[in-house]
Design a protein around this ligand. Structure first.
Ligand SMILES: Nc1nc2c(c(=O)[nH]1)N[C@H]1C(S)=C(S)[C@@H](COP(=O)(O)O)O[C@H]1N2
Ligand SMILES: [Mo]
Length: 361
């Protein structure tokens, strides 16, 4: 067992703060086991005492609340949602190959995982607090103070009030029917299905209803800057603040560098459409994009989950490139090359998936 109860073969990009992804082939199941779920942190993982911990709900509300974990569990109906979390930096490594992105974790395709989340619906808690009419955003603050932020501050984020009051957004205390692990935000985290992982704030301490988006460093740090921007000079209001996930695809098997015979080979992968969209088609190619076949695509288990796909491709002997591309239910397409979507912080790489393979005859 590796650190934070993760499997031994996690690809650990950093141990402090802990940033790790599973090998791609470990993501072929619909639900990701806890020891396999990726971990993304901007500060040391705090160990909070669940009995003295309180959640504050304040801001533009009629009745500010202060809730213990027990009160939260007793006063609100329990809800369970199967949802995929994906870091906005997933597949940054492919962007880095095109042009370097210093100071950011070089994620492969494994910064994505799916779990059953159990908790109270954020909408129910906000109803109890009584949102005032001018509320436009719901802000979250965690307990972990990040030195990556300027100035150092607890990790925070916000989501639009319309999303926050949708039934799928949870305040979760359990993951895959186990108590939420410390590394994933115990005793309580936000889970915002369909949005980039950074909005699902862990070690949640405070929820504030407000008229403006959060001014937390990480709210605006997770934004898409134009290629020519200097990320050190960027601040609030620069670029596109990231919310709903952009359509994603990855090849999971065969793995990078696996020796393969030429001839028919099963290729499997995953695709994920953001917000309440679904993936509607996946094409794969074994000849660098000259010809394509349509993959078998699983229906999503819920509007908030990834979808696995598979296809049998006839691989030529020698070198070739496997390609995969996806469409979503809003007919969004993917760009061919990471070069098109390169951005200074390396977020939201939604280019076609590519895998270089060499086959024996
Ligand atoms: N408090 C807090 N919440 C956080 C983070 C963090 O560093 N601190 N990281 C965010 C990011 S960028 C992602 S992608 C997800 C990762 O969740 P996981 O570690 O449970 O996989 O948590 C989000 N919530
Ligand atoms: Mo993230």
């Amino acid at each position: 067992m590796g650190i934070w109860n993760k499997r031994d073969d996690m690809i650990v990009h950093q141990s402090e703060p802990y940033n790790a992804e599973p090998p791609p082939g470990a993501l072929v199941d619909a639900v990701t086991p806890l020891d396999t779920f990726y971990g993304r942190n901007h500060a040391p993982i705090p160990r909070l005492d669940g009995t003295s911990w309180r959640l504050r709900v304040d801001g533009t509300v009629d009745r500010p609340l202060e809730l213990s974990l027990d009160e939260l569990r007793r006063r609100f109906p329990e809800r369970k949602v199967l949802a995929t979390l994906q870091c906005a930096g997933n597949r940054r490594a492919d962007l880095v190959e095109f042009r370097d992105i210093p100071g950011q974790v070089p994620w492969g395709p494994g910064a994505i995982s799916t779990a059953w989340w159990t908790g109270a619906s954020l909408a129910d808690v906000l109803t109890e607090a009584g949102l005032q009419a001018e509320t436009a955003h719901i802000a979250f603050i965690g307990a972990d103070v990040s030195q990556d932020a300027d100035p150092p501050q607890p990790f925070g984020a916000s989501i639009p009030a319309a999303k926050a009051t949708s039934s799928e957004v949870l305040l979760a205390w359990a993951m895959n029917d186990q108590a939420l692990p410390a590394a994933h935000g115990a005793p309580l985290r936000a889970v915002v299905p369909g949005y980039i992982g950074a909005r699902s704030v862990k070690w949640l301490q405070r929820i504030t209803a407000q008229t403006e988006p959060s001014d937390n460093y990480f709210q605006w740090e997770y934004s898409l800057l134009p290629p020519e921007a200097d990320p050190r000079k960027a601040g609030p209001g620069d670029g596109i603040t990231l919310g709903p996930v952009v359509i994603h695809i990855a090849i999971l098997r065969p793995g990078k560098g696996t020796p393969l015979p030429s001839g028919p080979t099963e290729v499997t992968g995953v695709a994920f459409a953001g917000d309440d969209r679904m993936v509607t088609r996946v094409d794969v190619s074994a000849d660098g994009g000259t010809t394509w076949v349509q993959a078998d695509l699983n229906a999503p288990d819920t509007p908030w989950t990834w979808q696995h796909w598979r296809a049998t491709l006839t691989l030529p002997s020698g070198e070739t490139e496997l390609l995969a591309r996806a469409w979503d239910s809003a007919a969004a397409v993917q760009p061919e090359s990471p070069a098109t979507v390169w951005n200074p912080k390396g977020y939201a790489n939604n280019a076609w998936a590519r895998l270089h393979v060499t086959c024996d005859r």
